[in-house]
Design a protein around this ligand. Structure first.
Ligand code: AMP
Length: 492
């Protein structure tokens, strides 16, 4: 679906355009799935490896995590809110015996971060037990849920992923693979899915291939992960990606691949390269994320370099692009902002207000490097503009920079993601309603430049295979219901 960008006024929802709340009632889409999945087949320490895999994928979700294992006869599940290392003690992992396991890291925005939404989701039905771990966002889940509820399904959670479980339970026939395929043909959106049955592990990727999913091998066992950084930690070797539309059954007879689902095109998420995946990962056909980000920075320098004394990144997400920018422009690179990595979810703010407290708790400028300098600061993206505004101010007031030039290693973010990246509503995306010069004024930078969409497409091989909806409003997977209402509201 191609839609034209329509200008609306207002920064961060404070403008003239008064919009209805994005969703007035609780639906699946209160929860934005940014998740990591990991699975093992054929290893005596399946749950220990899954624990390590989830640990390496912690950046994909910090709200909660779970592991479900099978010894060929029984399944066991352990899940909690919190970080992987805090959830899984040795004692807890001992309660997950077996040679097959799947795990899930969950991220959710406010409101629905509750244990019942933490995965894997386990269900028992006519053909035995299944557990599923899902990364991605289904765009027709609300509609499917209504239909399923009308037919008598009782949902345990508000997660869109539970729809898949109910569809499988409702589907007919004796062949479990057929039931899974029939169910997945009804869902629309992004899914990199791991399904655990008593004696097998099934990996499925949506036919557009929106989220990554990789296959590896360790000690003769198969492993599947959202990103290859999870393989490195356990010494696994990357074999290949699970192909878009592929259902890979991993069981006692080895691998069985079924071309299960088809789509008119591929739509790998470009934002995995820009922000979401870890730089040491190889995704979407074995491409290194760090290399890609550095190349974005180089291209950005070719497009918008300026006379400056120092290039600094906004850590951590801006680091590779800033290095690329520095290499291409010849401007000296250094770490002018230091990040505190140990910030919990909340902190107690002192009663007496401290200037820039919110950003200072996370980042602090190195005045010695910046004082009196023309500073070029590189970040990967601007969403609402609040972070950039605070950073520019901080670099000037606390860092003593004489000028601050902001460079962004992606094009302006103008469209929300409905396929699994947590983005705010369109009205909150500053670039959906403001030109670059207006944003520059808002963030009080001396200059501001984004990577052009053409520049981005030049860097990414086979760029026509990528979803760039957040930058061009060209949504490859059409959506019914509330998403469409939201789009239509803006593009009427
Ligand atoms: P904002 O203050 O809303 O403009 O946020 C911009 C910052 O958020 C940048 O430093 C990005 O690295 C970071 N960012 C971009 N996308 C996301 C996301 N989906 N989740 C969390 N942080 C993000």
């Amino acid at each position: 679906m191609k839609v034209k960008n329509r200008k609306v006024s207002g920064v961060g929802g404070k403008g003239k355009c008064s919009l209805p709340p994005r969703v007035s009632h609780l639906t699946f889409h209160d929860i934005h799935e940014e998740c990591g999945v990991f699975g093992v087949y054929g290893h005596p320490e399946a749950s220990n490896l899954t624990y390590l895999g989830l640990y390496a994928l912690q950046h994909r979700g910090q709200e909660g995590a779970g592991i479900c294992s099978s010894d060929g006869r029984h399944m066991n599940l352990e899940k909690s809110m919190g970080l992987v290392a805090d959830i899984f003690s040795e004692k807890r992992l001992k309660r997950l015996p077996g040679y097959i396991a799947i795990g899930h890291n969950r991220y959710s925005t406010t409101g629905s971060s509750v244990l019942k939404n933490v995965q894997p989701i386990v269900a028992n039905f006519a053909l035995g037990s299944i557990a599923i771990a899902h990364n991605g966002n289904l765009v027709n889940a609300t509609e499917l849920r209504k239909e399923l509820e009308a037919e008598g399904s009782i949902f345990q959670s508000t997660s869109d992923s539970e729809v898949i479980v109910h569809l499988i339970a409702h589907s007919k026939g004796d062949d479990p693979y057929n039931r899974i395929v029939q169910s997945l043909r009804q869902v629309s959106g992004a899914f990199s899915l791991l399904i655990l049955r008593e004696k097998e592990l099934i990996a499925v990727r949506d036919p557009y291939g929106v989220r990554p999913l990789c296959l590896g091998e360790v000690d003769g066992a198969y492993v599947v992960a959202s990103e290859t950084c999870a393989f490195d930690l356990i010494g696994a070797t990357y074999i290949r990606d699970i192909e878009p539309g592929e259902m890979l059954i991993i069981g006692e007879h080895g691998l069985k691949s079924i071309k299960a689902l088809i789509a008119p095109r591929r739509s790998f998420c470009i934002f995995e390269f820009i922000y979401f995946s870890r730089p040491d990962s190889y995704i979407f056909g074995g491409q290194n994320v760090n290399t890609m980000r550095k190349d974005f920075g180089r291209q950005l320098a070719r497009e918008s370099s300026i006379d400056a004394d120092i290039v600094i990144p906004v850590p951590d997400s801006g680091v590779p692009a800033a290095i690329g920018f520095s290499e291409e422009s010849g401007i000296h690179f250094d770490f002018g902002l230091i990040r505190n990595h140990y910030i919990g979810r909340t902190f107690i703010e002192p009663k007496q207000s401290i200037r820039h407290f919110g950003v200072k708790i996370k980042l602090n400028p190195v005045r010695k490097l910046l004082e009196g300098k023309r500073v070029l600061v590189v970040d990967d993206s601007i969403v609402r503009g609040t972070t950039s505004k605070k950073i520019v101010k901080m670099l000037k007031e606390n860092g003593g920079a004489s000028e601050v030039h902001l460079r962004i290693s992606s094009p302006p973010t103008i469209g929300p993601c409905f396929y699994g990246i947590d983005t705010p509503t369109r009205q909150e995306l500053i670039a959906s309603s403001h030109a670059t010069e207006e944003i520059r004024k808002y963030v009080t930078a001396d200059t501001l430049a984004y990577l052009s969409i053409e520049g981005l497409q030049k860097i990414v091989p086979d760029s026509e295979n990528y979803c760039t909806a957040c930058f061009d409003n060209s949504y490859p997977i059409s959506f019914p219901g509330e998403h469409l209402e939201q789009m239509e509201f803006f593009f009427r």
